[in-house]
Design a protein around this ligand. Structure first.
Ligand code: SAH
Length: 341
């Protein structure tokens, strides 16, 4: 059966027309799903009994079950959701002074093979559908009763490797009749799939693009991130410049600092050179150590020196707060070990 949450509003209108219904029904269904957040078709009381029956026979609602819920001492919550086949995924809810952020997974597993990240591994299972991406938000809001204001595609998976479903999910998240979260409050993070960055620039979605950079020369970056062999730094930076020119949006660069590896002042200097003249922001992430990983966290002193060097040379840089590391919910700690039920 098809998942009703896989459709954006336009597609749902077409779908309903195909089964002989009026397109405005799609708006009513959207309201029930994303504003009222109901879990059954029976609750959609402004639809006729006939239509509710037809919907029940043709579509699922893909409500996730919570398999596990862990709460960090900093308030971060990590969910393990049953995605209704043999798989499970992790989603993280973080609380900031400006509201709640959710960190979404986009795939079950990941193909990118970044050496410092626990999400990667030998088995890539499959892409998440748009409905499964959106359901992570609904399930967390239903469980906690809070309203999520920021969405980051920084959980398991490479969002631009599941391009269509991620873009479609963004439409649902962003639509005023859907979850109504402003595009400026949605960030997509990529390890650097250049052709998809160009494609995204054409979408006319005002979301923030984050680039996982982590190193400033090809030798170092390739040793950390195999994707750099396909799309080296020069190609990636050109794509970023073209993206900015096309969208007039500021790009955010993520740089995870690993001790004695990419955290020297010489690296900061190279980074300044690389980003010179670009409208951007650098997010410094103290690297989180993962099981069997060869990278360890830079000292606080090196991290602050790195940040100060960037700020003193005209690059806006901030250090990302480490949330949820005690429950392995921090950047790069979401992992495959939990992905089978
Ligand atoms: N695949 C996407 C999104 C997922 S990761 C991407 O690569 O951008 C979200 C961010 O966490 C990325 O910047 C990623 O490089 C970073 N990250 C991965 N492992 C990490 C670790 N062990 N410590 C700190 N950051 C990490």
């Amino acid at each position: 059966m098809k998942n009703i949450k896989d459709y954006d509003l336009k597609e749902l209108k077409e779908e309903l027309t195909n089964i002989g219904e009026k397109p405005f029904r799609a708006e009513q269904i959207f309201k029930w799903l994303y504003q009222e957040k109901v879990k059954t078709f029976d609750e959609m009381t402004n639809l006729s009994l006939d239509l509710r029956e037809k919907l029940k026979q043709n579509y699922t609602m893909c409500n996730f079950n919570i398999l596990k819920k862990q709460k960090s001492k900093d308030g971060t919550i990590k969910y393990l959701f049953d995605v209704l086949d043999t798989n499970a995924i992790e989603t993280v809810l973080m609380s900031y002074h400006h509201g709640y952020s959710i960190c979404l997974s986009s795939q079950i597993g990941c193909k990118m093979g970044c050496k410092f990240c626990a999400s990667t591994g030998i088995n890539f299972e499959r892409n998440l559908t748009s409905g499964e991406i959106v359901e992570q938000i609904l399930a967390v809001e239903q469980d906690t009763g809070i309203r999520i204001s920021n969405v980051v595609f920084m959980g398991i998976g490479e969002p631009l490797d599941n391009y269509e479903n991620v873009v479609n999910a963004i439409h649902i998240i962003n639509n005023q009749k859907g979850l109504n979260i402003g595009a400026r409050h949605i960030s997509v993070s990529t390890s650097g799939l250049v052709p998809k960055i160009y494609q995204l620039a054409e979408e006319n979605i005002q979301c923030t693009l984050s680039i996982s950079l982590h190193a400033t020369n090809n030798e170092k970056r390739s040793s950390m991130m195999p994707v750099n062999q396909a799309y080296p730094i020069e190609t990636l930076m050109q794509a970023c410049k073209d993206y900015m020119e096309k969208t007039h949006r500021r790009i955010s660069f993520e740089y995870a600092l690993a001790k004695e590896s990419n955290d020297h002042l010489a690296d900061a200097k190279e980074l300044v050179k690389l980003l010179k003249g670009m409208l951007c922001h650098v997010n410094l992430i103290p690297i989180n150590k993962i099981e069997n990983g060869s990278f360890s966290k830079s000292s606080n002193e090196s991290i602050m020196k790195f940040r100060d060097y960037l700020n003193d040379h005209g690059i806006v840089a901030t250090i990302r707060r480490e949330l949820g590391s005690d429950i392995e919910a921090a950047c790069g700690q979401l992992r495959r070990k939990n992905l089978k039920k």
